[in-house]
Design a protein around this ligand. Structure first.
Ligand code: NAD
Length: 501
């Protein structure tokens, strides 16, 4: 299976795996034990510049590599990722604490994007109109931008880097990945396999660090497009700095996702799905359901929901009985615990309290047990903030209209779902709700890559979405050509020039 973890996470610059010469290191810890797994470098200015220069130089040749050749590298990459699927998932589970099943899902959703990138020739096709004037044809095609950058969060260390670099590179760009410093070993394996798939030296670089390294990428004149996925505050900084430098920027940010439960829904289905979507992955999903909006009589199901939630518990990644893993680090765990305290102080009713969670054999893990609050109002801090932990808030309303007004009033718009047996209610919801990704009797509606990941409002900044179909538009420019094919055709001036006779 997987090799032992390196003592230091290497950088990947100009086709070489190198040890950083930095004096600043961030310890990478196992979130279930606090054992140090490796050390993550904050790349030096010189290393950052070397990565950008190499990506810029490589772009000059990579952009002209024929499309089928690029597509074949993606085909080979897809097959290597599949071959190493469980090995990558094991690395991922060890460094994030996710359960093995969850880790496999993270890897698989990334592989699906690589499959999409294999089809780059069709995705990049331009358009043609013949005879826009006599003997003049007009056509467009798409060309890559240059050096593209990806800055990714800790919570999907396989899927989210794979949202970005395969499509950007398949389109003819070169790419610099700055993954989360909290789980860089999974992306390291992804990059090794990309190299093995035959990607030429310099096409993909990987650097590590935090704000200082990101700021170099945002301010360098050679970087053309920035894709960011992470928290809202950081996304605002990245969007403002990147666009101030006139770069193309897309930021997928924080969330507060609501599930509307109609009284005509299937009760058991609602309970099962709220458990999975509210507590799965320790609530560390940008598409997790963090608020259940119980409409009318459905509020009577809360006790059964509590019972079902009481029966699950967190645990280590390889514990088959664990429903989910630890919070990613002690600070994230403290943050969740302080929100639980805050909820109690501000008058919400904590009917299930996961604050003093103990997992046998793992006394130092970042554990939070499943937690449920009822009597939540929209002015409470626990409602207004993204908690990013296994904490489910219950809000009760009398009608679907009230539920929709409440959700549309929340600043975030990443995902939402409705559980109902009524086609009328579902249609009304899908049409009127101001959220980008909607599940109808589906709790976590993450689209496949032939669609796009379409967060709205405060959950997204930019004009093309990072992943899937629209990502190709983000990573390319359209060039439109108007061509006169016969020198002696004096008729075709298109009313824009005076034709001399
Ligand atoms: P984060 O914002 O702390 O970190 C994301 C990336 O930004 C990391 O690579 C990090 O090193 C870098 N970074 C951190 N601080 C920075 C700064 N001051 N300047 C520049 N770069 C900086 O996010 P996280 O904690 O890793 O991830 C969780 C967040 O990501 C949650 O808010 C979650 O909702 C969000 N998320 C959103 C989506 C989406 O598609 N909308 C998907 C996954 C996660």
């Amino acid at each position: 299976m997987s090799k032992p973890f390196p003592q230091q996470v290497p950088l990947f610059i100009d086709g070489q795996w190198i040890d950083s010469t930095t004096s600043e290191w961030i310890p990478l810890t196992d979130p279930a034990t606090q054992n140090i797994l490796s050390q993550v470098p904050c790349a030096t200015d010189e290393e950052m510049t070397r990565a950008i220069d190499s990506a810029a130089k490589t772009f000059e040749t990579w952009k002209d590599v024929p499309v089928p050749v690029r597509a074949r590298i993606m085909l080979k990459y897809q097959s290597l990722l599949k071959e190493h699927h469980d090995e990558i998932a094991t690395i991922l589970a060890k460094e994030t604490g996710k359960t093995f099943e969850d880790a496999k899902g993270d890897v698989w959703r990334g592989i699906e994007v690589v499959e999409h990138a294999c089809n780059v020739a069709s995705l990049q096709m331009g358009e043609t109109v013949e005879n826009v004037a006599s003997s003049i044809d007009c056509y467009s095609y798409t060309q890559p931008l240059g050096v593209c950058v990806g800055i990714t969060p800790f919570n999907f260390p396989a899927m989210i880097p794979l949202w970005m670099f395969p499509l950007a590179i398949a389109c003819g760009n070169t790419f610099i990945l700055k993954p989360s410093e909290q789980d860089p070993l999974t992306p390291t394996r992804l990059v090794e396999l990309f190299e093995e798939a035959g990607a030429p030296k310099g096409v993909l670089q990987m650097v590590h660090g935090g704000k200082e390294q990101v700021d170099i990428l945002l301010n360098h004149p050679e970087t053309r497009a920035i894709s960011f996925v992470g928290s809202t505050a950081v996304g605002h900084h990245i969007y403002r700095t990147g666009t101030d430098n006139l770069k193309r920027v897309q930021c997928m940010m924080g969330a507060k996702n609501h599930m509307v439960v109609m009284p005509d829904a299937n009760k058991q289905q609602v309970i099962n799905n709220l458990i999975g979507a509210g507590f799965g992955a320790a609530g560390q999903r940008c598409m997790a359901i963090s608020v259940a909006v119980m409409v009318g009589e459905s509020k009577e199901w809360v006790n059964e929901l509590k019972e079902a939630a009481s029966a699950i518990r967190p645990g280590a990644w390889d514990d088959p009985e664990a429903a989910y893993g630890p919070q990613i680090n002690p600070a994230a765990c403290d943050r969740v615990l302080s929100f639980i305290e805050q909820g109690k102080k501000e008058g919400a009713n904590c009917i299930l309290d996961g604050s003093n969670c103990v997992v046998e054999g793992f006394p130092n893990g970042n554990w939070v047990g499943p937690t449920i609050f009822t009597d939540v109002t929209t002015d409470m801090e626990i409602y207004r903030n993204e908690i990013f932990g296994p904490v489910l808030l219950i809000v009760t309303v009398d009608t679907l209209d009230e539920a929709m007004a409440l959700i549309n009033d929340n600043p975030n718009g990443n995902g939402t779902s409705i559980f109902t047996a009524s086609g009328y209610a579902a249609r009304k919801y899908q049409h009127g709700i101001q959220v980008g990704q909607i599940g109808i009797n589906v709790p976590v509606p993450v689209p496949l890559p032939f669609f796009s990941f379409t967060g709205w409002r405060a959950s997204f900044a930019g004009d093309q979405h990072a992943y899937g179909k629209q990502a190709v538009k983000f990573y390319t420019e359209t060039k439109t050509i108007t061509a006169r094919w016969f020198e002696d055709d004096h008729q075709s001036d298109m009313n824009m020039t005076i034709t001399l006779k």
